[in-house]
Design a protein around this ligand. Structure first.
Ligand code: HEM
Length: 126
């Protein structure tokens, strides 16, 4: 039998949406992710529901089907935020914590985090 996709192993859009929902809320509440003035301002903008939707699509796509992410490329989406390497790593910790909260197994957790880290060079420019 063919190996299931990461998308299926994670539990599909329902499971992915829950993970994104949780880490997105935790990022907004994290005081260390409210020091950067661009980020602090964005966090108060009321645009989080749409960002959760876009992040969910992005994770679904890299996990292999069936939704296509059609938003901005990772450099354009973040360039105005001037995110530092340290801020990126703090977001990575929130994502890992959310995957852990929902009991995502180590292998799948590693695959999701690996895909995120692979884009670090496009996201960080602070
Ligand atoms: C590889 C890691 C990351 C991925 C995959 C990712 C994913 C995304 C996606 C899909 C969007 C939406 C783009 C659009 O609207 O077309 C976005 C925008 C955004 N991301 Fe990220 N992101 C990452 C890292 C980060 C980090 C480290 C932060 C820091 C808190 C962050 C904060 C934001 C914010 C605030 C926006 C909204 C920008 C705007 O409204 O113009 N992201 N990201």
């Amino acid at each position: 039998m063919a190996e299931q996709s990461l998308y299926d192993r994670l539990g599909g859009v329902n499971a992915i949406t829950q993970v994104v929902d949780r880490f997105s809320d935790e990022i907004i509440k994290n005081p260390k992710l409210n020091v950067n003035p661009q980020l602090a301002k964005w966090n108060q903008s009321g645009r989080l529901p749409a960002l959760k939707f876009m992040r969910t699509l992005w994770v679904c796509e890299i996990a292999g089907w069936p939704f296509h992410y059609t938003g901005k490329d990772m450099h354009s989406a973040h360039e105005n935020l001037h995110l530092t390497s340290d801020e990126f790593d703090k977001v990575g910790k929130e994502i890992a914590a959310s995957l852990g909260y929902f009991g995502v197994p180590e292998r799948e957790k590693g695959e999701v985090l690996g895909a995120i880290i692979a884009h670090k060079g496009q996201v960080v420019n602070g």
